[in-house]
Design a protein around this ligand. Structure first.
Ligand SMILES: [Zn+2]
Length: 53
C-alpha cells in the first residue's frame, strides 16, 4: 500500500510527499530533511497533516 501524505515542517511549510519515498526529502523552505527512506514506509520527521490516499 502506497500513498501520499501532506506533512507540515516545523517551520510551517507544508509539503506533499510519497509515503514510501526512496530518497531523502528536504523542506523547500528551510532545507530541513523531513523524510528519510527506510526500505518500506518512509520515516517522516514532520507533522502529518493529511492522508491524501
Ligand atoms: Zn521547513
Amino acid at each position: 500500500m502506497s500513498n501520499y501524505i501532506k506533512v507540515k515542517c516545523k517551520c510551517g511549510e507544508e509539503k506533499i510527499i510519497f509515503s514510501h519515498s526512496t530518497s531523502v526529502v528536504k523542506c523547500s523552505k528551510c532545507s530541513e530533511p523531513i523524510v528519510h527512506p527506510s526500505g518500506g514506509k518512509a520515516i517522516v520527521h514532520a507533522e502529518e497533516v493529511e492522508d491524501l490516499g
